[in-house]
Design a protein around this ligand. Structure first.
Ligand code: AMP
Length: 217
């Protein structure tokens, strides 16, 4: 499976990506983790990106490209399957990834959208701050990351929906509930997805189930 992830900060992207990677035994590329690791090791890249991370700003594309290059080589060496977590964040990144991955015959089969409202993810990030001490889990930086998500990242969803590869899940539930739903839908799609011609694919929105089921009691 080749899986992309789009989610607001704090929606559980890292947790669910790790679960998918372990379940399907495929590489997990997490751009945020790669960048944070550079900062921790004090590399030249780390010194360039640390200010961006601390302010919740997006790192420039050229720095990002150099940084994920190695991870992409690892993916190719491992057979071409992946979970890509943290990228794309902008329409430009989405187009670049699509171009490169299509040339390599490695375009995403599915893009998972973890849908969660701002208030839920705010509370989660503030709770995480107490445990993980991430430099960007402070109130003003959380607000900046949320604003950037709505402005730069959310518009990409329409493009994936139009291409029929978007699967939206309600990420406000517990990690276990969300994980069960994701693995279920991926297992169902896995044997068939590449046999469905692109123009016959359609987006799947599983969030509509939550209110419908609640109404039925
Ligand atoms: P995350 O762990 O996905 O929340 O990412 C943490 C931070 O890493 C972001 O706030 C950005 O500063 C940076 N970052 C991660 N992925 C990207 C990306 N695709 N483009 C630009 N900046 C990124």
């Amino acid at each position: 499976m080749r899986i992309g992830m789009i989610a607001p900060p704090g929606a559980g992207k890292g947790t669910q990506s790790a679960l998918i990677a372990a379940h399907f035994n495929i590489p997990h590329i997490c751009t945020g983790e790669i960048l944070r690791d550079h900062v921790k090791r004090g590399t030249a890249t780390g010194r360039v990106v640390s200010g961006y991370l601390d302010r919740g700003e997006l790192v420039p594309d050229e720095v990002l490209c150099d940084t994920v290059h190695q991870a992409l080589n690892d993916v190719i060496a491992a057979g071409g399957d992946f979970v890509l977590d943290g990228m794309p964040r902008t329409m430009d990144q989405a187009r670049a990834i699509h171009r490169v991955s299509t040339e390599l015959g490695m375009a995403a089969d599915v893009v998972l959208h973890l849908k969660a409202d701002d208030e839920t993810v705010r509370q989660r990030m503030l709770a995480r701050a107490a445990v993980e001490h991430r430099s960007d889990d402070t109130e003003p930086v959380i607000e900046r990351r949320l604003a950037l998500y709505h402005q730069m990242t959310e518009p990409i969803l329409a493009w994936y929906a139009f291409r029929g590869i978007l699967v939206t899940v309600d990420a406000t539930r517990t990690a276990a509930e969300v994980g069960r739903e994701i693995l279920g839908v991926l297992e169902v799609l896995r044997p068939v997805i590449r046999n469905v011609p692109e123009k016959m694919r359609r987006p799947v929105d599983l969030t509509m189930l939550t209110p419908a089921m609640a109404q039925r009691g």
